[in-house]
Design a protein around this ligand. Structure first.
Ligand code: BEZ
Length: 211
């Protein structure tokens, strides 16, 4: 059965390029990104993992641990990481799981047999500190993901978790956010001292609270 938003992300143990891990221990009390790529030594994946490595500081700032998955073996990962570091001018420090028995790929429904019977698609899960799944995206093998967008989603999720706000379409860091519908308009001034604009009774905007 596939995972849905709000489900608890299954725990697992795995062999990775950074040693054996227990997923929950690896995440600790922070946020996590678990993402699959179709295969090692492939061009799009090489750029994706390079981009992720170059954004390590941005993920760390947000208390997000990153973990990649493919069904290729560990020895292959180790050789490929050298290529990624060389070609993408980065240092891959996050673990890449060697999911040879597909235990994790299957638990997270990362193999879509009508796309490929033996490779994972580009699945990505954001997992919250409560271990619940907060975001699921699935891209085809031929389209590399936008990792700036992953940071934007993390920022949005963390704003919601910490301040009871949501983010509008195309929202960018520093722009106004939306007060969640659960908060009554009369309660907004106490909760949002920077002020608010009621465009409609159901559309209340406020400056980003943590800026
Ligand atoms: C890649 O991972 O680079 C890739 C995989 C399948 C089709 C095209 C590119």
């Amino acid at each position: 059965m596939s995972l849905r938003l709000g489900d608890i992300a299954p725990n697992f143990t795995a062999k990775t390029s950074a040693g054996d891990i227990d997923f929950y221990e690896f995440l600790g009390n922070g946020w996590g990104i678990l993402f699959s790529h179709p295969a090692d030594y492939t061009p799009v994946c090489t750029t994706e993992l390079g981009k992720t490595a170059l954004l390590q500081e941005e993920f760390a700032k947000r208390n997000v641990k990153v973990l990649a998955v493919s069904v290729d073996p560990l020895e292959k990962h180790m050789g490929w990481i050298k290529d990624i570091n060389e070609t993408q001018k980065c240092e891959v420090n996050f673990p890449i799981i060697a999911d040879e028995d597909r235990k994790i790929s299957e638990a997270y429904d990362m193999i879509h047999p009508n796309a490929s019977v033996n490779a994972t698609v580009r699945s990505l899960f954001i997992i919250g500190p409560d271990k619940a799944v907060k975001l699921i995206i699935t891209y085809p093998a031929s389209t590399g993901r936008n990792f700036q967008e992953m940071l934007r989603v993390i920022d949005s999720l963390q704003l919601t978790a910490n301040y009871s706000v949501a983010t509008p379409a195309d929202w960018k860091e520093g722009e106004d956010v939306v007060v969640v519908p659960a908060i009554k308009t009369e309660d907004i001034p106490a909760k949002f001292p920077k002020g608010f604009t009621a465009v409609k009774p159901y559309l209340r905007l406020t400056p980003q609270p943590n800026k």
